[in-house]
Design a protein around this ligand. Structure first.
Ligand code: ZN
Length: 130
């Protein structure tokens, strides 16, 4: 089955990066026209989510809300990046999208986002089409 990795370079401490087109390229290049596309993020301070991609203000609003939900102090973890660990758990580490006729079946306004919470870093994502 088609499988591989993406490298995502982030430039800010907290950032959403639209990876929809790179995922769609792998789907289009695969021989599986109808199936599932799985994405997995193997990092503890980053995540994956699907949400609105039409208005960039939505991404900013989600990041701002996560920062209001997750206080930036009062943690035991000595590395000092516990807010990033908490945010990563809140958004989750994987997404699965249906594929039909070689196309990701996202909603009209949906995009797939890599969510950086402890950047900037070079990150790796795993993908598999079944
Ligand atoms: Zn840590």
């Amino acid at each position: 089955m088609p499988t591989g990795t993406f490298v995502v370079s982030t430039s800010r401490a907290r950032q959403f990066i639209d990876i929809t087109s790179m995922v769609q390229e792998k789907v289009a290049a695969s021989t599986i026209a109808d199936g599932l596309c799985h994405l997995y993020n193997p990092h503890t301070t980053a995540g994956l989510t699907i949400n609105e991609g039409a208005d960039p203000a939505v991404q900013s609003d989600i990041l701002a809300a996560l920062q209001r939900i997750v206080p930036l102090d009062r943690y035991q973890h000595l590395e000092g990046n516990s807010p990033a660990h908490v945010m990563a758990s809140l958004v989750g580490s994987s997404v699965t999208v249906f594929i039909e006729n070689g196309r990701l079946q996202l909603g009209t306004w949906q995009k797939i986002f890599f969510c950086e919470f402890d950047g900037p870093r070079s990150r790796k994502l795993l993908w598999r089409i079944t």
